[in-house]
Design a binder for this molecule. Structure first.
Ligand code: C5P
Length: 314
């Protein structure tokens, strides 16, 4: 086939712990990542030219090498030059639902969709772990976005251990349209302020990651205990993002006053999310939040846990 449509879901971080520095300049992490139903649509079409072209319905999204979806296609062309020469370039059309600079891995998920879609379009027959290895060259979150569901992510965020997935929890996402947080800024600032508490030796870092593997939130996920998961949400990056972005801190505080299982910032922000058990509760949180913060710049979405990552849209 010459054309594929894929669904690229967003993710939230149920847990994000920064453990220490890595020799490659990144941070050694222990995270729990969760796909949600808010998703972009990524259309791929063989264009018979030598070019990779990106179109997007959001004019703020770059359509050149600055776009991870473009870079994903360029990586496939570089890895499989003969197929690329034979079949030509691709047109990538992005229909964005996932906001940018949100901590929801929107760009990463689009790139994951391009890798999965080109594998199909070029009939390469790559395994999921081969696709994830390529994904890891493009960004730390992209291997997770390929498989999705619920997973522990360690290393740079690219070493994945799947957890039993469950899709009955609802998530209210809230983000100010005009506030985007730069992920490199968030990690750099965290390092400036907190590197004194980093674990520096490799064995110590691995032991800490093992503690997360066998820890309370992973148990709660195994037991499908939404109440306990809500109590155990954690994100180290809140320590630098919330003081620098008082509106995000206020959004978090406002959500905390409501009846939810728990509230947390996702990734490096600026999205704050609330977990709830039912759609009716999610709608109530949505309405209350809108009433308390009637700012038209505030976007609110009701989503659900999703048990898979990139999938074909038939
Ligand atoms: O890998 P990715 O391009 O998504 O990472 C964005 C930035 O976040 C990196 O440039 C780095 O500054 C920071 N980061 C980090 N440690 C990680 C993942 C990301 O310091 N494990």
């Amino acid at each position: 086939m010459h054309a594929y449509s894929l669904i690229a879901p967003a993710k939230i971080n149920l847990y994000l712990e920064i453990i220490g520095d890595r020799p490659d300049g990144y941070h050694e992490l222990a995270m729990i990542l969760q796909s949600v139903t808010l998703a972009d649509r990524v259309d791929l079409r063989a264009n018979g030219t030598d070019y990779i072209r990106v179109q997007c319905d959001d004019p703020q999204v770059p359509t050149d090498e600055g776009n991870l979806a473009y870079r994903a296609a360029a990586l496939m062309a570089q890895q499989f030059p003969e197929v690329y020469r034979k079949l030509g370039g691709v047109d990538i059309t992005l229909e964005k639902q996932i906001p940018m600079g949100a901590g929801l891995a929107g760009g990463s998920s689009d790139a994951a969709a391009v890798l999965v879609g080109i594998d199909l379009m070029w009939d390469l027959g790559l395994t999921q772990s081969e696709i994830q290895a390529l994904a890891g060259q493009l960004g730390s979150d992209i291997p997770f976005c390929v498989a999705g569901g619920t997973a522990i992510a360690t290393g740079r965020g690219d070493q994945l251990a799947p957890l039993p997935s469950f899709d009955h929890l609802y998530v209210v996402l809230a983000k100010y349209r005009s506030i985007a947080v730069s992920t490199p800024w968030a990690y750099k600032t965290y390092r400036q302020q907190f590197s004194g508490s980093y674990i520096s030796d490799y064995e110590g870092q691995s032991r800490q990651q093992q503690r997360v593997h066998s820890g309370a939130i992973v148990k709660a996920i195994g037991q499908q205990d939404g109440k306990r998961i809500g109590q155990l949400l954690h994100n180290d990056l809140e320590k630098v993002v919330l003081p620098a972005y008082p509106q995000v801190a206020n959004l978090r505080q406002t959500l905390e006053q409501m009846k939810t299982l728990g509230v947390m910032m996702s990734g490096s922000g600026s999205t704050v999310f609330a977990l709830v058990e039912t759609q009716a509760q999610a709608e109530q949180v949505h309405q209350q939040l809108r009433a308390l913060l009637p700012d038209p710049d505030l976007n609110i979405w009701i989503t659900q846990f999703a048990s898979s990552g990139i999938r074909l849209d038939y």
